[in-house]
Design a protein around this ligand. Structure first.
Ligand code: AR6
Length: 231
């Protein structure tokens, strides 16, 4: 008798399958939609070359500070791959804190396709922006501006022409943007983190005292802006 008729994929080498990054554990993440949810990338840790160990400490510290100040809202740290170092560092540090796992979790997927590919509705997403708030340039910034279409650039320009490191700005997305209509994203929050990459403007040249302060300010600003949308 053949007993195994399971169609589940157990191949954990599949890097493209979106979902909660519970690596091998039972799925615990609730997929209820309609809950105010911020999907955010790890600010500054790729192109801006910020140390991921230090960044993971700051993310967990700031999540712990804000997770109970956002009503019934949720915070979700997103990255593209199951191999993401920042996701695994944050996951293990958050597990040691008293943080409700329904209100904060990590998620593997493309932040511009969370609903269509990952069944996770984030009504707000954060962007790791550049100081000029310009489309393109690679990373999550290029992905978000591409997915949102020209509406995002127009709406962004109405709010501001530039950002200082450690600050963020909320941009309501017009309903004509595909990111709104296909993914249910109503707001994008652009965040400018500290830059440690000498090839980018305003490099902090390894000054992590300043860098950590700017990254803390960036997450404070992001989570405060999310709180003012949802509470
Ligand atoms: N979905 C989810 N996460 C992503 C995606 C995506 N589509 N794309 C990248 N990430 P980065 P930074 C993750 O480099 O370090 C730009 O050129 C990525 O794996 O986008 O703050 C801007 O114009 C990483 O974990 O942002 C700025 O000049 C995280 O997003 C500069 O890069 C941030 O990576 C900002 O650099």
């Amino acid at each position: 008798k053949v007993t195994s008729d399971k169609t589940d994929k157990t191949d954990k080498t599949d890097e493209t399958t979106p979902g909660p990054s519970n690596d091998g554990e039972e799925e615990k993440v609730p997929f209820e939609n309609g809950i105010p949810t911020l999907g955010f990338p790890s600010i500054s840790t790729a192109d801006f070359q910020f140390n991921i160990e230090k960044a993971s400490e700051i993310i967990v510290e700031k999540v712990e500070e804000f997770v109970n100040k956002i009503g019934n809202g949720r915070l979700v740290l997103v990255d593209l791959s199951h191999g993401s170092k920042i996701l695994s560092l944050v996951k293990s540090k958050a597990a040691k804190k008293n943080i409700d796992p329904k209100k904060f979790f990590t998620f593997v997927g493309d932040i511009t396709k969370l609903q269509s590919q990952g069944r996770l509705n984030c009504n707000v997403i954060a962007n790791a922006a550049n100081w000029r708030l310009k489309p393109g340039g690679g990373g999550v910034n290029a992905a978000i501006f591409d997915a949102a279409g020209p509406d995002l650039d127009t709406a962004t320009k109405k709010q501001a022409g530039s950002l200082s490191p450690g600050t963020s700005i909320t941009v309501p997305l017009p309903s004509t943007s595909p990111l709104f209509s296909k993914e249910g994203v109503t707001h994008v929050i652009h965040v400018l983190g500290p830059n440690m990459n000498p090839k980018r403007p305003n490099c902090l040249k390894d000054d992590y005292q300043k860098g950590c302060k700017v990254l803390r300010d960036a997450y404070t600003s992001l989570f405060e802006n999310f709180a003012s949308i949802v509470t």
